[in-house]
Design a protein around this ligand. Structure first.
Ligand code: EPZ
Length: 428
């Protein structure tokens, strides 16, 4: 079992460069299926979920060449099947973007039910509703989702019953080459939704309104090839901002879009950190004790659920009592791990009450999922003594070279690899 060993109590300082956004990269990799010519994707994060998506694209028959560690050239013209067969599709959430992309290209798609972090039930009813509205007949059998649009795909009005990132992006992928106009109402406004739309528009799509709650897509017949760079990762940036505050540090987070970080900046300022925004940088300085605050996760531009475990870890040693509400996912299980380090947190359904303690103490803890794992790393950096975080493969699904980046900021952390652990899938 691979783990991170952290000697806590070192103040982080210096600069860290943020990688491309995982949750933009996954749909954009799938979207290359829709192009009629080669596409170059730049600023891809070198994380294992992206490695799985690229592997699935290759299994479909696409030719994928690595120009460097973060850049691929995809030739989708050789794709000759509408079926994702590889079992690794079940290990990540983003594999479901191949449904929209293959449906858009072939009028049919067969894809395994997706996996991803375990937050209890993760319904896909809004995806299926959108596929059906656009002309697809959906069925599920033996863990496979099959969608066929025998009469072709036609634009439609689709109202999302919940704000959902995945269903908004899958609808865009399906509609981009459908005949006529598709209107998505109550659409997700996350930066990665905008990035997918920008990528497809660069290929010649006609998508307007991404970033608002109404997206209008006029179907086009062809999509050309293009070069496109993925946006910086909002959650990775926010995680380093919280890590800086947790250690009383002074960290400049580089290669970011500061507006994407507004909700995180606002909460850190409320807690007493000082934030300076540059054009593509955010500096976090924190040289005194942190104050309590309340946090409620919301769809963008609200506070992201993917930052909830990290901010809860920070509030666990802030002065006073904080209340965290997360109605998006059932993702408070990691609180038991924080309690091992001395945190005083009680959870009631989708609410956590955090009584700030003076300091956390190092312990052996587990990364229960990607963002919960990041929270344990933050707790370990701030704690006294040694923290061992196990199951780090979850963290490496979405954080590129996290140990190296933290060491660059002065953290005392290393990765200890167990001799019998399976090698991580590497890009390139
Ligand atoms: C994406 O998941 C992200 N994953 C998640 O990040 C993130 O937590 C989530 O969006 C919310 O921002 C990827 O991009 C791969 P949703 P997704 O559809 O698309 C309900 C990470 O750590 N819902 O926006 O699966 C759902 O139950 C991961 O990187 C339905 O009811 O999330 C949830 O309460 C973890 N029916 C809410 O909507 C549906 O058909 C938001 O889900 C779909 C969703």
């Amino acid at each position: 079992m691979d783990k991170y060993v952290i000697h806590g109590g070192h103040r982080l300082s210096g600069e860290v460069i943020i990688s491309g956004a995982k949750n933009a990269a996954l749909p954009i990799i799938a979207a290359t299926v829709l192009a009629d010519a080669p596409c170059r994707i730049e600023n891809l994060p070198d994380v294992s979920d992206v490695g799985v998506m690229i592997h699935l694209l290759q299994q479909l028959g696409a030719s994928v060449q690595f120009l460097d560690r973060h850049t691929i050239e995809v030739d989708p013209r050789t794709i000759d099947t509408d079926t994702v067969r590889d079992k690794s599709a079940q290990t990540i959430r983003g594999s479901y973007y191949f449904i929209g992309a293959l449906l858009g290209r072939f009028g049919s798609a067969v894809v395994p039910l997706p996996g991803g972090c375990n937050f209890g039930v993760r319904p896909i009813d809004q995806h299926l509703k959108a596929f059906a509205a656009l002309g697809g007949q959906c069925s599920m059998d033996e863990g496979l989702i099959t969608v066929k649009a025998e009469q072709g795909l036609y634009g439609a009005n689709i109202y999302m019953d919940v704000v959902t990132v995945g269903a908004t992006m899958n609808t865009i992928l399906t509609a981009v080459k459908a005949r006529g106009l598709t209107v998505i109402e109550n659409a997700a406004r996350e930066p990665h939704v905008v990035d997918l739309a920008n990528f497809l528009n660069t290929l010649g799509a006609d998508i307007r309104g991404a970033g608002t709650d109404t997206i209008r897509i006029h179907g086009v017949q062809r999509l050309r090839g293009a070069a496109y760079a993925i946006i910086p990762d909002q959650i990775e940036a926010g995680t380093y901002m919280v890590a800086a505050a947790a250690t009383g540090g002074d960290v400049t987070v580089k290669n970011v879009t500061p507006q994407h970080l507004d909700s995180i900046t606002a909460k850190l300022e409320e807690m007493g950190a000082v934030i300076e925004e540059g054009d593509d940088t955010v500096r976090v300085v924190c040289n005194h004790a942190l104050r309590r605050c309340n946090v409620r996760t919301m769809p963008h531009p609200g506070f992201p659920t993917d930052m909830q475990p990290q901010i809860t870890a920070l509030l666990s040693f802030a002065h006073g009592t904080s209340i965290i509400n997360d109605g998006i996912w059932d993702r408070f299980k990691y609180v038991d791990e924080l309690r091992r380090m001395g945190a005083q947190i009680t959870v009631n359904r989708d609410m956590a009450v955090v009584e700030g303690v003076d300091n956390l103490k190092g312990a052996e803890v587990r990364a229960l999922d990607l963002r919960a794992g990041a929270a344990m790393v933050i707790a370990g950096l701030a704690a006294t003594g040694v923290t061992q975080v196990e199951d780090v493969q979850y963290i490496e699904r979405g954080f590129e070279r996290i140990v190296e980046k933290l060491v660059g900021l002065g953290a005392d952390i290393y990765r200890s690899q167990s001799p019998d652990s399976a090698p991580l899938r590497k890009m390139g």
